[in-house]
Design a binder for this molecule. Structure first.
Ligand code: SAH
Length: 354
């Protein structure tokens, strides 16, 4: 008998790969498109439901391939906001999380690309748990598929790559998942409804520009000053903000989209008048807008060092800050905090191992 690991995982394969796969097992190419349709439009992962596959084919598929990658462990609901957090287990018993955030007529699914994260941003809970491994394309798309199974496909309107991990450091697998989500046969998710968020890996931003996927791109900015940014985001030492801005400029030109700067408000660190001037100057350098995010506590992780000292800017000061930016003609969005009662808000995703 074949062991489970030997079975090939078909979720996360692009349409082309699925077609090639069917040919490789001696079946017709068009079967690949039929399976793609079952998985991504009918949200079906059970060969017995696939009526246009004869019994013989279903049995063959079950013996050589596997559709499931993740297992849902728990589901938490935030009663105050309707945010839902899903905890999944991988085949090697790693834990990852996704969050579904309702906001008006939008329902945004926030997905993870890595188990943990290697970047160690000082304000982020995921960084504190360290880095374990990249997620496979199947594990990335399965977060969407399993949530769609739970809540209905129509109830996920947007996807943001803002869960655990740095998507551009798991470039190929993240890109493959985007290709699947934005494929013309996958109904309901256009490139405009998908956002990749990065801490800033310039050469990968350039590579993404060239691919023609034209999804929305967000840079976690958090400070316009290199020295301060390096203090709270150590990756800035390797890839400076300036290099990232040049790469983003290229992205906006190549894709004809504007980029978003994410800006988590940290008291005394990035909420000063000098920051307003610097943001204004930066936003005038390229088509962009800024997304202001209240800092969500990571105290549940008992952090040390500078992480322990970080405080949120008060709501009142956030409003002043935003008003001053708007007076400078900067487009500013203020993100509401969703799900901090279940540690599902931005930067709060982390699995305590002990
Ligand atoms: N690695 C990617 C995606 C994950 S973080 C990136 O850096 O963009 C998703 C967003 O949440 C980023 O903008 C991140 O800076 C922000 N974030 C992280 N921790 C946060 C916290 N404690 N409070 C508010 N926002 C946080």
């Amino acid at each position: 008998m074949k062991s489970e690991e030997k079975k090939i995982i078909l979720k996360g394969m692009t349409l082309l790969e699925l077609k090639d796969y069917f040919v490789s097992i001696g079946e017709s190419r068009y079967r690949g498109e039929q399976l793609f349709n079952w998985i991504y439009n009918h949200i079906s992962f059970d060969y017995s439901e696939m009526q246009n596959f004869q019994k013989e084919l279903r049995n063959k598929l079950s013996s050589v391939s596997e559709l499931q990658t993740l297992k849902l462990i728990t589901k938490q609901n935030s009663p105050s906001t309707g945010t839902k957090k899903f905890l999944y287990s991988t085949y090697d018993n790693k834990k990852i999380e996704s969050v579904l955030i309702p906001e008006g007529d939008r329902n945004t699914l926030c997905i993870s690309t890595q188990v943990g994260c290697p970047l160690d941003c000082k304000f982020c809970a995921t960084g504190l748990m360290g880095y374990k491994r990249n997620l496979s394309p199947g594990e990335i798309v399965d977060q969407y598929l399993l949530t769609a199974k739970e809540v209905g496909k129509a109830n996920i309107t947007n996807i943001v790559y803002m869960g655990m991990g740095e998507p551009l450091l798991n470039f190929d697998n993240s890109v493959k998942s985007v290709e699947i989500f934005t494929h013309e046969l996958t109904k309901g998710l256009s490139r405009k409804r998908i956002t990749i968020s990065t801490a800033g890996i310039p050469h990968k931003i350039i590579e993404l520009s060239e691919l023609g996927l034209r999804v929305k791109l967000a840079l976690s900015l958090h400070s316009c000053f290199e020295e301060i940014r390096t203090k709270i985001m150590p990756i800035n030492k390797k890839y400076s903000l300036n290099e990232n801005i040049e790469a983003l400029k290229y992205y906006t030109k190549k894709t004809k989209t504007r980029v978003t700067f994410e800006y988590t408000m940290l008291k005394g660190i990035n909420d000063r008048d000098a920051d307003i001037q610097a943001i204004t100057k930066l936003c005038n350098r390229l088509p962009s807008k800024i997304n202001v995010i209240p800092f969500n506590s990571i105290k549940h992780m008992n952090p040390g060092g500078i992480s322990a000292e970080l405080e949120p800017t008060s709501n009142e000061n956030i409003l002043h800050f935003v008003e001053k930016l708007r007076n400078n003609n900067i487009t500013v969005m203020v993100r509401e905090t969703h799900g901090d009662d279940i540690a599902a808000a931005c930067g709060q995703l982390a699995i305590k191992t002990n």
